[in-house]
Design a protein. Sequence first.
Length: 206
Amino acid sequence: RRIFRIRGSEWEFTMSLDNIVNITISTNSLQMAQTGFGVPLIIAKEHDAWAERVRTFSDLSELKGINHDSPLYRMANALMSQNPKVPKFKIGQRESSDKTITETLQAIIDADSDFYGVLLVSEHKTDTAEYIDEVRELVAAVSTRRLLAGVDFESGKENINLESFKLALAESKRVFAVHKTTPQIGPNALPEDFPAAAWMGKMLSQ
């Protein structure tokens, strides 16, 4: 029995012997559409830390050459700080020659298609129009593929882009959004926690 909660909603899953049936499948022309279930991929802007389009990591200590204060490192930290956590993750580079996120994702898949979750490191704040455009591109990139993408968003009554953000997400059922918590001030302040990455790091492990 499992209970899954997100954004105020709750789903309960129960399985018993009554749910088990015998199924015969012909595998003459059947291939796995996606082998990397449970493996998240972070798409980040091109950097000098390594040359490969895609690289696999099993621990944060392997992120050589990535500044610990950078959004990429902090997103990876949120991903790998869960309990339970995914055993590995991948980082795919978004090269300067890539015109869209769809183009980036296709190049990443051509290099290494063994992943399921997709996260995007953005240079824009989540309440800006530029970020909305990136979300819209991400939706287009994953909508025709068997992938799951996660994005963050800062909610609030003063956020004039909230409706635009909802419209960008409405185009796909394969992208989920998590509201960011309000930053705290003082010695016990929380960093930007990248909640979509944290959720994916915990849930994909299961």
